[in-house]
Structures are given as C-alpha cells and as structure tokens.
Design a protein around this ligand. Structure first.
Ligand SMILES: *[C@@H]1O[C@H](CO)[C@@H](O)[C@H](O)[C@H]1NC(C)=O
Ligand SMILES: *[C@@H]1O[C@H](CO)[C@@H](O)[C@H](O)[C@H]1NC(C)=O
Ligand SMILES: *[C@@H]1O[C@H](CO)[C@@H](O)[C@H](O)[C@H]1NC(C)=O
Length: 163
C-alpha cells in the first residue's frame, strides 16, 4: 500500500461532512435506521505522511442524551451510553491508496486502524472508493463511496475541504 506524493497532496487536509446519503444496493436512499441519524456531523482528516482520522456522530436528539458527562458517572445509564456508542464513529490509523488510483479518483484505505470506537475495527483496513472534484462554487469536494454487499448498503458521503 502506498500514498503517492501527488495524491497525498490532493487528499491531505481537513474535510467537513456535507452530506451522507446511504442507499440500498439499487441506489435508493435509505431513510430509516441510519446509524448516524438524519443529519450527522463529521470531520475527516488526512495527513500527507499517510495518516488519517475520521470522526462522525449523529445530531438527532433522541440519539444524543445531553445529560452524559465524560468520564461517565455511576448514576448515568448504560442504555444512554449505548445509544451514544451506536450513533458515533471515530477511528484513526494509516492512509494509503490502491495501485492505479489517481488525483481524480480511485480506491483508498483507512487503516490499518490503531484506534477505533468499534473495537473490532482496530487492525482492519477500511476500503473506500473516492472521487475528488471542484464544485461550482469553487470548493474542493471529496466523494467517498462504498458498496457493502454484506449489509446491502452503499455508503455515499460528500466532504468539503476546509481551508
Ligand atoms: C448524577 O450525579 C451528579 C453528581 O455526581 C449530579 O450532578 C447529577 O444531577 C446526577 N444525575 C442524575 C440523573 O441523577
Ligand atoms: C477516473 O477518472 C478518469 C479521468 O481522470 C476517468 O477516465 C475514469 O472514468 C474515472 N473512473 C471512475 C471510476 O470514476
Ligand atoms: C470500488 O469500485 C470498484 C469498481 O467499481 C468496485 O469493484 C469495488 O467493490 C468498490 N469498492 C468499494 C469498497 O466499494
């Protein structure tokens, strides 16, 4: 796995989540049981030295009990904490691209992950397809998309580079 310098330059930066529209395998948008809720927030950070982090969370109030604190307190319910855990995605690790990838599109890998809020993700590499393009307003947009045959879902996330 490699991260060619030209692609590293295009990808590196902090990206804010614009839009997350998961679909079924036919491309029909999913509207229920979205793990990150209806209006997630996210920041994706890529470093040219081959490192990344991704932080995403639901903002739906029923998935975000506001009375929790960190560290947790004995009088806070595990059920409320479970809700937070199910609707949050946070991980970090290596960053590389598949051979044949270009500055415009290709396949990248988040991983091997060294930190992940989902324990089984530690040590894994998450494959993602990508396209980078310039939007009409001039913003640089990164489209990350995946086809997950196991869960019958296609991930479909748009990110805008923060200057
Ligand atoms: C839990 O305990 C803290 C003090 O440790 C208190 O401030 C808070 O109101 C309590 N929360 C509930 C839901 O009882
Ligand atoms: C990737 O970009 C090239 C042009 O740079 C284009 O020919 C090709 O179809 C694109 N592939 C995908 C999968 O978007
Ligand atoms: C990326 O795109 C290729 C070509 O369309 C496809 O075979 C592959 O399954 C995709 N990978 C992911 C993670 O969706």
């Amino acid at each position: 796995m490699v991260l060619p310098k030209d692609i590293a330059t295009v990808l590196s930066g902090a990206w804010v989540l614009l839009n997350n529209t998961p679909t079924d395998l036919n491309g029909v948008p999913l509207t229920t049981d979205l793990p990150l809720g209806s209006k997630p927030v996210g920041i994706l950070t890529y470093h040219a030295t081959g490192h990344m982090s991704a932080n995403l969370a639901s903002t739906d109030p029923d998935q975000r009990p506001m009375d929790l604190t960190y560290p947790s307190k004995p009088n806070q319910s595990d059920a409320e904490w479970a809700l937070v855990g199910k609707h949050t995605l946070a991980y970090a690790g290596g960053l590389s691209v598949k051979e044949g990838s270009t500055c415009e599109n290709g396949t990248l890998y988040h991983g091997p992950l060294t930190v992940a809020n989902v324990p089984s993700w530690v040590g894994t590499s998450q494959e993602r397809n990508y396209t980078v393009f310039r939007a009409d307003e001039g913003a640089v947009v990164l489209h990350i998309y995946t086809r997950d045959e196991v869960n019958k879902v296609m991930g479909n996330l748009f990110w805008e580079r923060l200057d």
